[in-house]
Design a binder for this molecule. Sequence first.
Ligand code: PLP
Length: 417
Amino acid sequence: MHQPGIPHLAAADAEVAALVEGEARRQFEKVRLIASENYVSAAVLEATGTVLTNKYSEGYAGKRYYEGQQFIDPVETLAVDRAKAVFGVDHANVQPYSGSPANLAIYLALVEPGDTVMGMALPAGGHLTHGWGVSATGKWFRAVQYGVRKDTGRVDLDEVRELALAERPKLIFCGGTAIPRTIDFPGFAEIAREVGAVLVADIAHIAGLVAGGAHPSPVGHAEIISTTTHKTLRGPRGAMLMSDAKHAKALDKAVFPGLQGGPHNHTTAAIAVALGEAAKPEFRTYAADIVANAKALADALVERGFDLVSGGTDNHLILIDLTGKGVAGKPAAKVLDRAGIELNYNSVPFDTRKPFDPSGVRLGTSAITTRGLRVEHMPQLAEWIDRAIAAGDDAEVAAVAAEVRELLAGFPMPGWS
Ligand SMILES: *Cc1c(COP(=O)(O)O)cnc(C)c1O
């Protein structure tokens, strides 16, 4: 059953309650390998389900447009102070509704429509909001995009420098959604300085690793740091913008009133709780375990003949090119889901297939590490992945799913009992 219980929802709306219960069970029974997902703690879950959702509080602590902020102001101040302490930054804004609006606020704060901006191309591992064509950021700005080297699967900073010198962007984004390797923040900062651009580190995927000391910090290198709060950081769905004092005012104004109305106070409270957890010594262990699991899983996959983009991983994320296995990403993701192993199909760099039917799958270890799986479980996980992808019939797939359920039954999940 869902924890905390949902008796009022069940009584008032059995239809929605049944779907929530179904989703909770699904999360309990599956190996959740989607690299951007996690399991929040019961405390974070409780904070998101509070009466704070009833309150309007446009503005910032001490400068609101509505009365009655006696408890909301300290909640937001707590979240801001904890973000500043955990990441070691001068300024934090915890109001962005999610990662994409947070990034849009950066554009609003620093550039004009038509200005040149630079980011990593989506098919190479970047994010839509780093200037990809279908995104507002690609339509309203002149976006130039860097990729990765074909031979290494990694960013080549010499190429990035060349492109930056030729195009003179005002903003440079580093970070992305499918980057299995350490991001060289000092290297990007040097290029940004050289061309007079503002460097933005989008650490949405790796914020928890940065907070836990398992990935170098962008602080002191990137003038602006953008992150979601719900990926490795293990908070509620939300986002934060962090910066030095110089950009504080412009970013705040861009978030509100530039882009958003009232902040989601229940989310803000849950962000504060998650940041409180991230400040504890246990979180450093968690971050180290995420990376240890990813490396162990990568090794086990390579041993089974899987072709990993860049050959392995430095963080929580693994990108597999399935071309050599004779299967495309989408059918592989679908059969794995039926086998109780949840991940997403994903383009690989220089993919010859279409984005909706690409050659690869992406997986990550943040959720299974929260669940309690450790390096000793990774060879078994690789075996299941291999077996399910090669499975000839439904019975084999169902057999893997049963083994998955049996293992996971021994690992409690926050949000389920
Ligand atoms: C997830 C992600 C985002 C967007 O976050 P949403 O909350 O889905 O809008 C932005 N940038 C990067 C690098 C991401 O991984």
